[in-house]
Design a protein around this ligand. Structure first.
Ligand code: FES
Length: 577
């Protein structure tokens, strides 16, 4: 392997020349108390830190960044912390998805505009992982992704509680009147009791697993609980490795190959895979110039069973149990030859290297292929006259009786409208009703909010029912469950066929046949198309206007059209005077 020399590093162009501009760079670095020995002949490693007071999942990053710096210093690098927006899933409105691409752009431009040779990316709360990685891929510098790690198991009255999943489940009970306010307050306090991201196999855990399976994290990093001392050690190792990667010129394009992406999809399917992960996987792959399609995900899903017995696909265990059972490396071992051995990671070594020595400490948590949680990957891609460009559902997380279903649509055009329906205990509907929320896609939401797991209507809760078929062009939280068809594309706000559906129309869902149809004649649909009036756009200025002009549909990964790789690799080199 040829190693880079110092004068080949980007940062040397800022610091090395004997001219007035470089003198200013050196002088202003010394203004902060640094000495030339801090940067001379050393790679500058950016630490993109998504810590903020508004990000509970990354509360430990203020401490962990010091461990990353320690690793960079140990390996002979110069650490530079660059804060980026923290995108808290629990605080940001209307949805963090509105801002995923903004963080991706921020990451790319932070790296481009500063004297940086490589990076450690610190993220974990849902959108932060794809956003940081998308931006860093487009910039093309060597980087390591450091996952925040899951929080400890939730606990109330001696029972485990899982982020999101149990909140949704028990909220239906609260609405059904079976849980007191006092008990509910106890759950609120017990469900998130340490820093770290959600500890179900929701979007955060799926995305960090995907990052590791794609080769972008150190082996085993994504399973370490945030509050475990292994996380400090992993942080330091990331710092050290980022320095070495710069000298080795181990850029993302050498790691993110088509086989690395297929491995990432395979691992995602075996984890139980948040539906959100589909959108992010497509967006990340496309940034790397790999045209991943929904059909690829369905193809890999059909032959990859769910092996991680973690909620919401599993019924009992959480990410802490997953770590103790052997973590993501144990899951990769269980996958055996389903992983392509030619893919490499940030170590420069094959992803599968060392798996033969990995131990599986609990094969009920991390199941063998012979005893899966679910016989296929947890996601199915549907097509039909309601979703010509696709829709997704998690068959493993819904009542099997809905895998084939025909029922009458009950359509709402907005969240307030659906809220009225679900909160009215006497609203006319039957267990067969297909509840529909539209205008909740990328443009309609705006930002494709996580409204897709529409809460069960009180009218059905009082009959003792806890699941029904629901359709929308929204997303749902990765911790959600139920017979929810999501990501319907094209979305209704831009005139997708969902816009033409009327209350009372029969809807057919057939998961084994991968079909979603409205049983309405083509002539009738053509007439409705003529009568359709486009809704008023949400934005007239600012980021929102840019978002609505350039956001792509869910099946394309919801990236901005002008950031696609076919527009050419970004120009890495700023002009330095
Ligand atoms: Fe941050 Fe769930 S709220 S990962």
């Amino acid at each position: 392997m040829t190693r880079k020399t110092y004068d080949q590093l980007r940062s040397s162009r800022w610091f090395a020349p004997d001219d007035q501009r470089s003198s200013g760079h050196r002088s202003r670095t010394m203004q902060m108390g640094y000495d030339p020995a801090d940067w001379e002949e050393k790679p500058v490693i950016a630490i993109i830190n998504t810590w903020s007071d508004a990000q509970p999942c990354h509360a430990h990053f203020k401490d962990r960044v010091e461990w990353v710096k320690r690793g960079i210093l140990q390996a002979g690098g110069f650490p530079v912390e660059l804060p980026a927006m923290s995108l808290s899933e629990s605080w940001v409105k209307p949805t963090t998805m509105l801002y995923r691409n903004m963080l991706a752009m921020e990451t790319e431009e932070l790296l481009r505009s500063h004297p940086v040779d490589g990076a450690v990316l610190m993220g974990g709360c849902d959108k932060t992982t794809p956003a940081l990685i998308m931006g860093a891929i487009s910039m093309g510098l060597p980087f390591v992704f450091l996952p925040a790690g899951p929080m400890l198991r939730g606990n109330y009255a001696g029972k485990y509680l899982g982020s999101g999943t149990d909140m949704f489940k028990y909220w239906d009970e609260r609405r059904a009147g079976t849980i007191t306010k006092e008990e509910w307050m106890g759950m609120e306090a017990g469900i998130a009791r340490s820093y770290g991201h959600c500890m179900t196999m929701g979007t955060a855990s799926t995305m960090t697993a995907i990052a590791e399976a794609m080769g972008l994290s150190l082996p085993g990093a994504s399973s370490i609980p945030a509050a475990d001392a292994n996380h400090q050690r992993m942080s330091t190792q990331c710092g050290r490795r980022a320095v070495e990667m710069v000298w080795e010129d181990l850029t993302p394009e050498k790691i993110i190959t088509p086989v690395a992406v297929e491995n990432a999809v395979t691992v995602a399917m075996a984890t139980g895979c948040s539906t959100n992960a589909i959108i992010h996987l497509i967006a990340m792959a496309r940034r790397a110039g790999i045209p991943l399609e929904l059909d690829d995900l369905d193809r890999i899903g059909r032959t990859t069973p769910v092996l991680a017995n973690i909620r919401p696909s599993g019924t009992q265990y959480l990410m802490e149990d997953f770590f103790y059972a052997g973590g993501i490396r144990a899951l990769m071992k269980q996958l055996g030859d389903k992983l392509d051995p030619s893919a490499i990671t940030v170590t420069g070594r094959p992803l599968v290297e060392g798996l033969e020595d990995v131990k599986i400490f609990n094969d009920d948590v991390i199941r063998p292929l012979s005893n899966p949680v679910y016989h296929e990957g947890s996601l199915a891609v549907l097509k039909g006259n309601l979703c010509p460009d696709g829709a997704v559902i998690k068959p493993a997380a819904c009542d099997p009786k809905f895998h084939k279903h025909v029922g009458p649509a009950l359509v709402a055009d907005s969240y307030p409208e659906i809220k009225k329906i679900i909160d009215d205990p006497d609203y006319p509907m039957t267990p067969d009703t297909v509840l529909v929320l539209r205008n909740a896609g990328p443009q309609g939401g705006p930002g494709m909010p996580e409204w897709g797991m529409i809460p069960m209507p009180k009218a059905l809760l009082k009959l003792g029912l806890r699941d029904m078929v629901r359709l929308s062009d929204a997303r749902m939280s990765g911790t959600s469950f139920g017979a929810c068809v999501l990501h319907i594309a094209p979305e209704s706000f831009v005139g997708g066929p969902l816009a033409l559906l009327k209350t009372g129309d029969l809807v057919e869902l057939d998961i084994p046949a991968r079909r979603l149809q409205m049983l309405v004649s083509d002539e009738e649909l053509a007439q409705r198309r003529e009568d359709w009036v486009a809704p008023t756009p949400h934005y007239e200025r600012g980021y929102g206007l840019m978002f609505s002009k350039h956001i792509e549909q869910a099946d394309k990964g919801c990236d901005f059209d002008f950031l696609r790789t076919e527009h050419g690799r970004p120009v890495d080199e700023p002009v330095i005077y």
